[in-house]
Design a protein around this ligand. Structure first.
Ligand code: ADE
Length: 221
């Protein structure tokens, strides 16, 4: 898979994809991640990428030309172009699973007070990572990239994400490791029983209980 990210702040990405699981996936060529500063595509003599809004109002608006040209230079028949914006559809684990099957994803990070509406016309999808407004799409693009890359074949063990929270609309069950007793806090005895059927049942029940308590909205689905 290839992920191309369009941003005005490439330096924000320097450490994010060069550590831990994402770095390993890049090193093992499971994914190629490229950061593009779309200012470099600006045809303005001063490499301007924004302008004042028609009709008046405060703030500067990202112009079409640099983003259109940058996307056009990257796009192939296999590309899925995604705009990160607070008014996009809410990002969910099931979308991550779907995106993990794509060959090429282009992520466009908006910034400043907004972007020219016509930029939406070159996008296949618009995503929001939550009901809050960030200073730009950069953090959103990192969140989305991270959640996709961990699902790619061979990046982490399949079994590790089969039980992820949100699979089957259930939150994850509780897990424990050694010691059996830590400062009086005991590991549930069923997990020490060696009875795999009972353990599976316990985990399923805990998963449902936790979802009922914390995210009843998921169970309604
Ligand atoms: N850009 C600004 N806020 C955002 C959000 N919540 N999700 C995606 N992109 C954004």
């Amino acid at each position: 898979m290839k992920i191309d990210i369009l941003t005005l702040f490439p330096e924000m990405f320097e450490n994010v994809f060069s550590s831990s699981i994402i770095k390993r996936a890049v090193d093992e060529e499971k994914v190629e991640i490229n950061i593009h500063n779309f200012r470099e595509y600006s045809k303005d003599p001063h490499h301007k990428v924004d302008d004042t809004p028609y009709g008046g109002g405060s703030g500067m608006v990202l112009t079409c030309q640099p983003i259109f040209d940058c996307v056009e230079s990257l796009k192939t028949k296999d590309s899925l172009t995604i705009l990160l914006t607070p008014d996009g559809i809410p990002y969910k684990q099931e979308i991550a699973y779907n995106l993990a099957t794509k060959k090429h994803i282009i992520l466009i990070c908006g910034h400043y007070e907004g972007f020219d509406e016509r930029i939406r016309s070159i996008c296949d999808m618009e995503l929001s990572i939550g009901d809050y407004v960030l200073t730009g799409g950069e953090l959103a693009s990192m969140v989305i990239t991270d959640s996709i890359v961990r699902l790619l074949p061979g990046v982490i063990e399949q079994a590790s994400h089969q039980n992820d929270s949100f699979n089957n609309n259930l939150l994850d069950y509780p897990t424990y490791t050694k010691p059996r007793n830590f400062r009086g806090l005991e590991v549930p005895s069923v997990l020490l029983s060696g009875d795999h059927k009972k353990i599976e049942e316990y985990r399923k029940n805990e998963s449902i209980k936790r979802t009922q308590e914390r995210r009843p909205d998921l169970l309604e689905k």
